[in-house]
Design a protein around this ligand. Sequence first.
Ligand code: ATP
Length: 892
Amino acid sequence: MPPVRQQRGKTPRKKTKSATTDNSDPVEVYCRVKPLDNPGDSTCLTVIDNTTVKLTTSECSVSYARTGQIKEVEYKFQHVFDEYCRQQDLFNRVAYPMVDDLLHGKNGLLFTYGITSSGKTFTMTGSPKDQGIIPRSLDVLFNSIGGYQSKKYIFKPDRMNGFDVQTEADAMMDRQKKDILPGLTPKTPGSNRNNAREKNDFVGDNDRIADTGRIDDIPQGYTFAVFVSYVEIYNSYVYDLLEELQYDPITGYKAPQSKFLRADCKDNMYVMNCTEIEIKSPNEAFEIIYRGQKRRKVAHTALNAESSRSHSVFTIRVVQAPLDPYSQEVIQENDRVCISQLSLVDLAGSERVTRTQNKGDRLKEAGSINQTLMSLRSCLEILRENQKYGVDKKVPYRDSKLTHLFKNYFDGDGRVRMVVCVNPKSEEYDESVHVMNFAEMSQEIMVQRSAQVKFEVPRRIEEERMREEEVFEQDRQWQQQNIGPRMVYTFGEELPNMELIDYSDENTIRRLIERLCERDIQRQALLIDFEKHGLKIRSLIVELMEENEALEAANNEYRKSSSLLETRCTSLESKMSTLQYQLDETHRSRREFEAKLKDKDFKIRQEQNEKERLKDLFNQRIEMNNIHWEENLDKEKRKIERQLGAELEEKEKKFNMMKEVLEKPTPAAKPRTFKTPATSTKTRTYTTGGLYSARSESDVSSVGLPNTRSRTATCAPQSARPWGYGGGTRQIPSTPSATPRSIPQLNLRRRRSKSTDGTWLDHKPRGNLNLDTVLQPTLKKKKSVTKLEAKDTKVASKYMLTHQDVGSDGEFQTRYYKGEVIPTSGGGASVVFNDVEIHKQKEPGTRKRRSSCPQPSDFDGEWTDPEDRCAIAIEGHKRKRSNQSPELISRV
Ligand SMILES: Nc1ncnc2c1ncn2[C@@H]1O[C@H](COP(=O)(O)OP(=O)(O)OP(=O)(O)O)[C@@H](O)[C@H]1O
């Protein structure tokens, strides 16, 4: 028999418009006010009427401390149950309609919501004498279906959120296996059920006040089976509270394993491999509830002696299937079976850690509880937004196990109701405001109404049933006429009445014999036919049995492969859950990283702004400094200009004085003349400071490195020093650092070899005439060259260039440019000219004595003839240094 799936009144999953149509209902929210623990306690909540409560800011609240204002806010609900409300009243109003729905094949979700110690567990479970919603629902359920319950194990959970319908024989086997045999075997400590029986407050409690309510209009012709399951969601894990725990004699009970959530073939969420127990009476159910509650995580906190640390979900599933026309057997057809469920959820209370003073595990639990409640809130908020504004935002059902498990309800799979429990104590004001806001908001969410699951028996089935009923009626009538069971084989007509009047009535005897012979023949034929049909039926039965065996084998195969698939599914589920966990972790760490990144970005931006600010400040200061320095420089410049101006003026004065001295005519002196065979005049020029510059290549030779080109050199003036002829000065080349860039760097420190000391390099270009005069310079050690080469400079320390030309006045001039060969840093040599001699030659008789040679006016010494001086110079005699001032010497 294939498994029977849950039949649900499906409605479209997503709505785009605000659902105020006929086929949707709002989430119904009821408010229950808990009585004050001490009647003298101050309260922040007032019940205005049976739909309205008013919340007033209490002076001990955080909100008052922050704003200093007292606010009064009214909240409207479907119904408000004040502190005097009885459990019975609340049940009748809130849960009874849902049990009615359950029996009519509709699903429902009812949950209690509120802060810790607000009476959620009390409302949901209550006590034996004051039962809450769960026990009352079970009472009413069994009161209603009492006589219509199916035999146990006719419906068997297929572990995939569906049910198999078993035959009576299979069900009996299961009954024997599960109920009768365990009762005969000795009990183990692992048998929780038996332990539970001893202590259960509800079971066997004579004081238990059962609910006597019942639902009358339950569907006729159907049989019912009730299954319950009990799970808790603790720290984001789902645990089965009814699971038999493995018992180990050494280690004791093994810790329970968490369960996975899974969607069945119709996308309905369920807890995989969750224990579902078929119950036949409320007492059986209470035993189970007790068993589950014993396992539920409850702890003592500052605000509640028995605070629920998990969200508990008690699910009642009702399986209904039509009976055969004789109301004996369940018709084993899938489309005639209906499964409906009612989930009763006791949420753990939202709590503020500061108030509960929780630590360690309690703190972790509180975090998980609050997170789950936050997810519930955000799912409902998004749902409302989608419905209100016609948007299609993804509802984050997967964010928590609770919302994931109940997503079908919010997507339109049954009625959703909420009981908001409020503790009216003033101290609870801050948390109560959040709870009330959420509860009021939840009422705006519309949930599609699940359609009435077909209890009208299908037409085809109805006709069939009527036909069967007709046949049944005929049989009944036939039996009533005492005819006995209908004959399959008859001899046809009745034997006629043949009464023997006397023994000699041959005629009648003969007719009787004939008739009996006919009957015998008929009987033989019928027997043959019977045999024939019997054989045929027997072979058909054998065939059917074989077919049945084959089907059973195939079924076993299917079962095997199904269990294999199930194992695979389980492992895939577990992998999926691991991956999901990893994904969640990744998302979490991503969120953390993003937050860190944002922080860093913010800091960087702050630093950049600070830098910009400092830069602006710095620039401003630099600008101010610049202005300040410019002003100072201007001042300094003006001061220096003034100083220099004064100095210049001073120098100009001195210069003018010198000019006057120089321009004064010298006292007449007798020029000395001397005659030579070939008259020649020699003019000696002395340099006395001032620039001494080479003007052309022919004037100045600069001997550079072989691989460097010749340069035109300019030497800065140096302090004059007496040299050579009396009163003469020679130029000392400037230090390399003072030398302009275009002049080769002179290496003054370089020591010449002694062999070159005093050797002249006599450079007489080709074409020069040999004058052979006595006035020409006498060079003791010399090397004569007509063309200058770099290597020649290595052997000489002095250099002389002879240049001849004819002057404008027709005089033949020979110039001797003299200088010192100074090696350069680059390995070449440079000539620093420091002397020039000009020899002029005239034809004899044409020479005039220079008698009117201008003499300085301030000169009072003896005026000598240049020839005399030259004669001495040419002979190379060292003249005793005169005491005369350089200025005067230069005037020779
Ligand atoms: N309406 C009520 N009438 C009488 N007593 C109540 C009522 N509501 C709650 N109580 C009592 O208040 C105490 C705390 O209630 P309960 O355990 O139901 O709170 P809770 O909301 O379930 O707390 P938690 O979320 O911490 O589990 C219990 O002792 C309970 O008996």
